[in-house]
Design a protein around this ligand. Structure first.
Ligand SMILES: Nc1nc2c(ncn2[C@@H]2O[C@H](COP(=O)(O)OP(=O)(O)OP(=O)(O)O)[C@@H](O)[C@H]2O)c(=O)[nH]1
Ligand SMILES: [Mg+2]
Length: 715
């Protein structure tokens, strides 16, 4: 395996809506580069980046996967990402280790909801991006209005700087080539062939359109660049090499977003896409230095926040260069039942050698990088070293997880990872047997290492196991993985709403625990005040005991008694949150007082306070984005109303309506199927946990009536 320098590497995330053909396109690119002897297919599991059995079964990418093509002296690393809305947070995470995003658009459907979403993420990340219109072989490419309507739609959404740099060659033979509008050459392909194009003349019927489009492109590239503008006016055109350099810069600086055409399935124009990536996508070392944090800077910023310094910020930068100290960032973890944990990382700076010892800056542990490798789908290929900017992998690290930064001692930096959304759905799961129960927790923890959206915990009310994830399909996938990979079988029960409890009023109470049962007695006594805190604040505890009314060593026991009781809930067994307790008085007994007694006193005081403090239920409220053809807007709005939804905004895009709303989770548990039936399958939605809100009285009454009576405290 050749060693690649940072200037010879391109990292591209392939993003876009579900079934736009990302995984197929990567298989086509690999075949065009002769990395695979035949073209991999999603359907039979032979596509390099679709190796997971669940993904093959569902024909859906669910997690990021990596492959690379060696193309004319460059190594092109490709990150395949899920397009299904429920897993699209993976695509966001994939933008971290790359320098460009290929936004794949299905030629028949045009821009779809996830296309919009990934575009926005690329913009937010200042990530150079370009559009790849795929499935051009389809007779209905371009949809109803044809390709020009599709391009117009791109202009409407993203501006005229989203500009074709090719013309597709489509005729009676179907889609079989493209015209490169920069070099003004035509490339011809045999559909279903090896993906290698032959250079030829521009077809006569496209000559005029190509000339016009070329001139428009030249003008666009020259815009804002004085020396190019002058050259353009003096000569009437710009020499090809100047144009290429200027376009490369414009892409890197997020000024131009080129549009290209391919057919992944038929492998048409894929080698030309490799050319494009090599020539126009930025090399890692060209990117602006990575924003990082350092421990020292963080401390300074914390001081500044406390008014101890002025204007300090916790951000620093690290240049992507071999000359800088070695540092790597972990962007993915795969947990393979046979190979163990595989850690995927990007070399931010320096050179990583095989057998290197690196410090995990995040966890302050030491790790050895034995068997340094690069990944081709699930296959690891050994390498001796990796240069700044490259993507690599290493197996069997002991204590390293997604989001960690590692590097050489004494040069500590931290890369900020992408925040993950909160789970949108929670189910109760039941192990089928005792043996399954024993396997469950360790297996789930392995799965949680590779999927940061999974949560696993016990219901404090019923003691059931709960599992939370992005939605029904996500959770079903987890259950299948538990079974297939770890032989742990569970039954999935009805979805659960993770309610919470809180207080609306103030309270003041005494908790006095006294027991005399022969020998030593028990005595603990505390007085506490309780007050509500803002939503999301959790729990606060303050100690205002003066003069030793409660000996100092027992105060934590009072707090513990309160937090334990709060976890069990008061109204219906849901954890009590967003409140503050101040312990201000109490008494003790020289012999009979101990920790246990003060814990009991704390619990009693808590429960008495809850009686007075106007307790109420809180429910999770989701942020929901719905997209459907205009005709359904009325139905959808009415339906949201009946779900206690609050519409925050509505937009129309062409003939599509977008509705943004906030809806209680309890009303959204089976929305997926209901939306399908309301919109004849034409609607889609995405939801994320947003905040907790007080449950309206009438609704709360029903929930309380169905809930188990809370566990009574014994005196
Ligand atoms: N006709 C045609 N079909 C294609 C093309 N590319 C992909 N397909 C088909 O479209 C379907 C989806 O392709 P995938 O490559 O799995 O799509 P994806 O974008 O990876 O989908 P997700 O992983 O779910 O986001 C498959 O049945 C492919 O065979 C293409 O260029 N032309
Ligand atoms: Mg895919």
């Amino acid at each position: 395996m050749k060693t690649y320098q940072g200037s010879e590497i391109r990292n591209v995330a392939v993003v876009g809506h579900a079934h736009s053909g990302k995984t197929t396109l990567i298989a086509a690119l690999l075949h065009a580069a002769k990395t695979t002897p035949t073209q991999g297919r999603v359907a039979d599991g032979s596509a390099v980046t679709a190796y997971d059995e669940e993904e093959v079964a569902r024909a859906n990418t669910m997690q990021n996967a990596v492959a690379f093509a060696e193309w004319q002296g460059t190594k092109i690393n490709l990150v395949d990402t899920p397009g299904f809305h429920m897993f699209s947070h993976e695509a966001k995470a994939a933008l971290l280790p790359v320098e460009a995003a290929a936004v794949v658009v299905n030629a028949q459907n045009g821009v779809e909801p996830v296309t919009e979403r990934v575009w926005k993420w690329a913009e937010e990340a200042d990530m150079p991006h370009f559009v790849v219109i795929n499935q051009m072989d389809h007779p209905k490419a371009g949809g109803e209005g044809g390709l020009s309507a599709l391009i117009e739609d791109l202009h409407d959404r993203w501006g005229r700087l989203c500009v074709p740099i090719q013309l597709p060659i489509s005729d009676a033979e179907g889609f079989h080539g493209v015209v490169d509008l920069v070099t003004m050459e035509a490339f011809y392909y045999t559909p279903g062939g090896d993906g290698r194009g032959k250079i030829g003349e521009i077809p006569a019927n496209l000559a005029h359109a190509a000339k016009e489009a070329h001139e428009a492109l030249v003008e666009l590239v020259a815009e804002g660049k004085d020396e190019l503008m002058e050259e353009f006016f003096a000569e009437g055109t710009i020499p090809e090499q100047h144009l290429i350099t200027a376009l490369h810069e414009a892409i890197r600086e997020d000024r131009i977003f080129p549009v290209l055409y391919v057919s992944g399935e038929m492998n048409v124009a894929c080698d030309h896409l490799l050319d494009f990536i090599k020539v126009y996508a930025p090399a890692p070392i060209e990117r602006t230095p990575m924003r990082v944090k350092t421990a020292v800077l963080e401390a300074v910023a914390a001081q500044a926040e406390n008014g101890e310094g002025a204007g300090a910020s916790a951000s620093a930068t690290r240049k992507v260069s071999d000359e800088e100290p070695t540092a790597v960032f972990v962007y993915k973890t795969m947990s393979d039942p046979f190979a163990g944990r595989i850690t995927f990382f990007k070399v931010i700076s320096g050179v990583v050698k095989n057998d290197a010892s690196l410090e995990n800056y995040t966890r302050h542990s030491q790790e050895k990088f034995s068997h340094l490798s690069i990944m081709q789908g699930r296959k690891a290929i050994d390498v001796s070293e990796l240069h700044a900017g490259d993507l690599g992998a290493v197996a069997k690290l002991r204590d390293t997880f997604t989001g960690d930064t590692l590097g050489q001692k004494g040069a500590e930096v931290l890369v900020e990872s992408v925040p993950m959304p909160e789970p949108a759905m929670t189910y109760a799961i039941e192990p089928k047997s005792r043996a399954d129960e024993d396997k469950l927790a360790p297996a789930l923890h392995k799965l949680m290492e590779e999927d940061q959206l999974i949560r696993f915990f016990r219901d404090p009310q019923t003691n059931e196991f709960l599992i939370a994830g992005a939605g029904q399909q996500h959770i079903e996938t987890i259950v299948n993985r538990l079974k297939k990979r770890y032989h742990a079988e569970v039954t999935l029960n009805a979805p659960k709403v993770p309610y919470r409890e809180t207080i609306r009023g103030h309270a003041d109470a005494q908790g006095r625990h006294k027991k005399q049962t022969g020998g030593h007695g028990q005595f603990g006594d505390c007085k506490i005040r309780m007050e509500p805190l803002p939503r999301g604040a959790g729990f606060e505890f303050a100690n205002e005991i003066f003069g030793g009314a409660i000996p100092r060593q027992f105060v934590p026991a009072v707090e513990k008694g309160i937090t334990e009781s709060a976890m069990r809930g008061y109204l219906a067994g849901y954890p009590v949150v967003d409140f503050k307790v101040t312990v201000y008085d109490g008494s003790y007994h020289d012999v009979d007082s101990n920790e246990m007694s003060f814990k009991m006193a704390g619990r009693l005081a808590f429960r008495k306070c809850m009686e007075q403090a106007k307790p109420c239920l809180l429910e999770p409220v989701m942020k929901v984005d719905i997209e459907a053809p205009d005709d359904f807007a009325g139905t959808l709005m009415g339906d949201l109303n009946s779900r206690r939804g609050r519409v925050q905004g509505m937009e129309t895009r062409g003939r599509t309506t977008l509705i943004h709303a906030e809806v209680p989770m309890a009303e959204m548990l089976s929305y997926a199927t209901q939306l399908t039936s309301m919109t004849q399958g034409k609607g889609s939605y995405h939801m994320e946990m947003d905040h907790y809100d007080i449950v309206p009285q009438q609704v709360a009454e029903k929930i309380l009536a169905n809930a188990k009576a809370p566990v009574e405290e014994e005196e």
